[in-house]
Design a protein around this ligand. Sequence first.
Ligand SMILES: NC(=O)c1ccc[n+]([C@@H]2O[C@H](COP(=O)([O-])OP(=O)(O)OC[C@H]3O[C@@H](n4cnc5c(N)ncnc54)[C@H](OP(=O)(O)O)[C@@H]3O)[C@@H](O)[C@H]2O)c1
Length: 427
Amino acid sequence: MNKVNIAVFGLGVVGSSLIKIIENNKCIIKDSKINIVGIKANNKNKKRIINTKKYNWIDNLSSLKDLKIDIIIEAVGGTDKFVNSLYQYAIKNKISLITANKAQLAEKGPRYFDQFDKENLFLGFEAAVLGAVPVVKSISDTILPKKIKSIYGIFNGTTNYILSQMYKNKISFKDSLNLAIKNGFAEQNSSSDLSGKDATHKLTLLSNLSFQQKFQFKDISYSGIENIKLIDLDYGLQLGYKLKLLSISEKIGSKFYSSVAPCFVNKDSVMANTEFEDNLCIIEGDDFVKTSLIGKGAGGFPTATSIISDLATYITTNNHKVFNSNYSSMPLASYVNQNARNRSYYIRLSVANKVGVLKTIAQFFAKKSISIKSIIQLNPDDSNTVPIVIISNVVSQKKIIEITKLLKKNNYIKNDISTIRLEDNIG
Ligand SMILES: NC(=O)c1ccc[n+]([C@@H]2O[C@H](COP(=O)([O-])OP(=O)(O)OC[C@H]3O[C@@H](n4cnc5c(N)ncnc54)[C@H](OP(=O)(O)O)[C@@H]3O)[C@@H](O)[C@H]2O)c1
């Protein structure tokens, strides 16, 4: 029987779950015997769901030499010195690597991808993308990347859980975040999830794979859900929309539109109905038209199953390229400017309860050449202010920023203005 020697770095949620799964499968994957030849975490004495005493503890990287490692499993996380030394060690010593660490790959990966390709080393990252959802495998094995026109979906389970709770329990963002922390779906510090950064890491990697071009994390704009208000979720629903943190990369001519932002989608769409910690990736292309993959986007065991899937790929393949073709010959992706992709927008204002206000607002929109699809006046907040929601016709984001600035200067407008992009034709 074929033997594969692995060393597991990081024994937290993902690393310990991986070892548990390997133990539960009697260490056999695809007719190969998986030997765990070493393990490593920060604290040797920490109590874990696995018995660490059964395994050889790695004190430092120099002690790896004698272990004859085929694959390093990196489930440490972050982009610090230790993680980078692990990648450098793997390349120098011609060892393949499987990782769950999207931050490292999206931010520091471009330093290493070419070297992994040149040395024909496997760099598996299914677990780093959508947890248990086999999106890398689906794109690599079944879809011709050249035919892909767009990939989009819900790439972060924490934010989807928070939004789902806000809808279900009619609670504020803050209360929903606390509930997510209590129920184990958010960390105490979830800033990378909430800001859209985590989803952008995943979008960067999936865009490289899908379009065979170099997408850089720093080039993709992102915004999160920290400022989403329950009132906008309610009004949106009344108009037939549900809010989701949408990750999207779309080909427009020879360029791309890539972003992560909270958007309204049609409330009957697959995306609107992907709830709680589930993730979704929709891939649209020429021949296959549309494929949707939904599943658990995080959690120890779901994520570890993707590491197992990568181990199986490593065992059954010989030619390894990180994104299925030479990274060095992939062109650098270029992006359309915001004006090339027009969408309708939801704009909520609180205005003074006075005669003539609506007419004044309509004049502002006319001045900026933004036509209004619908305008709805809602029940007054109090005797002095009335909320109104405007749905614009399709327009660039630039124009929406301009009109928001203009409206903010007007004395009739009270409080903040909410603007949310409508993506009513997708999902
Ligand atoms: N959790 C999920 O659901 C999930 C899903 C998809 C992807 N991921 C990714 O998987 C990776 C691991 O996540 P996790 O949730 O398993 O994290 P975690 O529970 O915090 O585990 C991290 C592990 O790394 C160890 N570690 C930290 N610094 C180290 C160092 N300098 N040297 C050696 N070991 C070190 C820690 O040691 P101690 O235990 O001794 O502190 C811990 O065992 C991250 O990149 C994350 O983004 C996680």
